[in-house]
Ligand binder design. Structure first.
Ligand SMILES: *[C@@H]1O[C@H](CO)[C@@H](O)[C@H](O)[C@H]1NC(C)=O
Ligand SMILES: *[C@@H]1O[C@H](CO)[C@@H](O)[C@H](O)[C@H]1NC(C)=O
Ligand SMILES: *[C@@H]1O[C@H](CO)[C@@H](O)[C@H](O)[C@H]1NC(C)=O
Length: 324
């Protein structure tokens, strides 16, 4: 049961830390762009208005800047799904769709819905731009296991935890940051993996994201040679549910595999970090590659649509929707 009190508690705890660091999202954007077809790159450039000053990394991180009170706060629940049965005490990770997505207010429906919105010629340019940036963003979130966990609101209420030498851990805070299992997966693990401090300049974060994408791309190319994984293709609705389910399982298999008590009482920057950095690296890699496949399939459909002009705007019915 989700009482009002718990929602308020979540709002208080979750506000500063509810998504991959921009750095993680930027990496997914840069990585995906290495796999975009020419047509995809052209469509995204015009849909979003990409330039050197606002590039694909910025576009992938945008959604977190409009999630809070002064932006588009109703989009907040689109960043995650909270499966109700999840419980580490019984090693249960169980995502049930659509029942775990009340009123379509979760990341799965948001991806599907916003993908349709990109193809909807009757939507305003601003609406299609936002829809495009939401899809870029949600592919990142979908691959962050804590965004697909219903246990204590995606680990936001799993506190205190320690990430750093135990004697520097101050009951679940680190400097002015509130630590939670969620924030450890969003920020602490990826930042430590790439040698970043908790705070760097935005330019340093973006440069680090470019380099991380480069490294992941190279290792994917090295493994590629026709393996199943490299050829994995999925442009259908059901894949989104599969990917969410995969993320959800990673919580039982890795994030909380040692149990909640263990996580609450150990320094997670040691062996826990080493094990789970591999999971993070692999998930960011999947997010980028899958996002590119999704966008490439979408671009094929956009290619078949008449260009959006004032004359066609508003004639929503009868447009092909393809099989995305
Ligand atoms: C789905 O799209 C409609 C129309 O664009 C919008 O009003 C609604 O909020 C969207 N919901 C999600 C979960 O994306
Ligand atoms: C798109 O997002 C911006 C915030 O970046 C907002 O001001 C604008 O109203 C949104 N457009 C639509 C159609 O919702
Ligand atoms: C940590 O903080 C919580 C509440 O914020 C408190 O109940 C608990 O006693 C504290 N634990 C330690 C070891 O200080």
């Amino acid at each position: 049961m989700r009482s009002q009190a718990l929602f308020l508690a979540l709002a208080a705890v979750a506000a500063p830390v509810a998504a991959w660091d921009p750095f993680g999202h930027q990496t997914v954007g840069y990585l995906a762009s290495k796999y975009f077809s020419e047509s995809t790159a052209a469509h995204l450039t015009s849909l979003i208005g990409l330039s050197d000053r606002f590039d694909i990394g910025d576009a992938a991180a945008w959604a977190d800047t409009v999630r809070d009170a002064d932006g588009l706060p109703w989009s907040k629940n689109w960043h995650f799904i909270n499966p109700r049965a999840d419980n580490p005490a019984t090693n249960t990770c169980k995502l049930e769709y659509p029942s775990d997505c009340p009123k379509g207010n979760c990341i799965i429906d948001a991806i599907l819905n916003q993908t349709r919105a990109i193809m909807n010629p009757s939507l305003s340019a601003s609406g299609r731009r936002n829809a495009t940036m939401w899809v870029l963003h949600f592919f990142g979130d979908l691959h962050q296991p804590m965004h697909a966990s219903g246990y204590k609101y995606g680990g936001n209420l799993v506190r205190p935890v320690c990430f750093g030498p135990m004697d520097q851990c101050n009951n679940g805070t680190s400097g002015d940051r509130v630590l939670s299992l969620h924030s450890i997966w969003d920020s602490a693990i990826p930042r430590k993996l790439r040698g970043l401090k908790a705070y760097e300049t935005p330019a340093a974060d973006k440069e680090a994201a470019r380099l991380w994408a480069e490294d992941i791309y190279e290792s994917q190319q090295a493994q590629a040679d026709g393996t199943e994984e490299a050829r994995e293709e999925c442009g259908s609705m059901g894949c989104v549910v599969d990917w969410a389910t995969e993320s959800n399982r990673l919580v039982c298999e890795h994030a909380l595999s040692k149990g909640e008590q263990w996580v609450l009482t150990h320094d997670l920057s040691g062996d826990y970090f080493l094990e789970n950095a591999k999971v993070v690296q692999s998930q960011v890699g999947k997010a980028g590659r899958r996002l590119a496949q999704w966008m490439n399939a979408l671009a094929d459909i956009l290619d078949q649509l008449p260009p959006v002009t004032e004359a066609t705007r508003g004639e929503g019915d009868g447009y092909p929707t393809g099989d995305l």
